[in-house]
Design a protein around this ligand. Structure first.
Ligand code: T5A
Ligand code: NA
Length: 212
């Protein structure tokens, strides 16, 4: 677009956490709050179950079809590669992108739930646009399990979620990683996230930081 470089770029914000941790609630709240404050916002999610790859992933999660572990990891990863142009275009045009799950889920679930080597899992996503910040909604597997119980999807089991939780901890010391206490009520979490997200949006706009 001709406007590239002429305006501050938008931030790329990711939500991560266990199944039932509250990511969808929080990403929706944040998108609404930032819009209310006059920001352009685009909300996305992974897996993107509507697209052609997402339909395969959806069937895999519902246990209607099986793939080998490594194929399934690449399916989730490919779903993200397919969205790169869209994310980049949005961010460069000044829109803040909020994503419900991203590559950290790929690593945490494929290594934690499926037992694949962590470094191998990271390779598939290497080179994807890096988020400016990740809000990790921190809820223990036991607490998440108490929230209306799990459904019948592939990874919705307490012992699997415990392994995924450990795998997520691999990222916990990264500078972009912000753990948020997910056991507070939805409104308190949303308020805390909104304050931090606004700081990220302003610092990204002010710094002219490139999309990486
Ligand atoms: N996956 C995903 C991979 O294996 N590899 C990958 O690369 C990717 C991207 C689907 C599955 O795919 C796996 C991970 C998953 O197993 P999904 O469709 O995002 O991923 O499914 P879930 O994470 O299970 O989505 P949920 O909607 O169940 O969980 P959310 O979004 O974390 O939680 P939310 O907001 O929908 O809330 C869940 C419940 O908790 C309540 C809500 O009202 C709701 O009932 N709740 C709270 N209750 C008390 N206190 C709070 N603070 C609460 N916040 C929400
Ligand atoms: Na969700």
């Amino acid at each position: 677009a001709s406007c590239v470089g002429a305006m501050p770029r938008g931030a790329f914000i990711v939500f991560e956490g266990l199944d039932r941790s509250g990511k969808s609630s929080q990403s929706q709240r944040l998108a609404a709050s930032l819009k209310d404050k006059g920001h352009d916002v685009k909300a996305i999610r992974f897996p993107n179950r509507e697209g052609p790859l997402g339909q395969l992933i959806d069937a895999f999660l519902r246990k209607d079809i099986d793939f080998t572990k490594r194929t399934c990891h690449h399916l989730f990863s490919s779903d993200r590669w397919e969205k790169q142009c869209e994310i980049q275009a949005a961010v460069l045009s000044g829109t803040t992108v909020i994503s419900d799950r991203y590559a950290f889920s790929g690593v945490a679930y494929s290594s934690g739930a499926e037992g694949l080597p962590l470094e191998w899992c990271k390779n598939a996503d290497s080179g994807l646009i890096a988020p400016d910040t990740v809000f990790y909604i921190d809820v223990s597997p036991e607490e998440a399990n108490r929230r209306k119980g799990y459904g019948a999807e592939r990874y919705e089991k307490l012992e699997i979620q415990r392994r995924v939780y450990s795998s997520y901890m691999h990222f916990s010391t990264q500078p972009y990683w912000h753990a948020i206490d997910g056991t507070k009520d939805i409104d308190s979490i949303a308020a805390e996230v909104c304050v931090k997200a606004e700081q990220v949006v302003s610092s990204v706009a002010a710094s002219d930081a490139p999309v990486t």
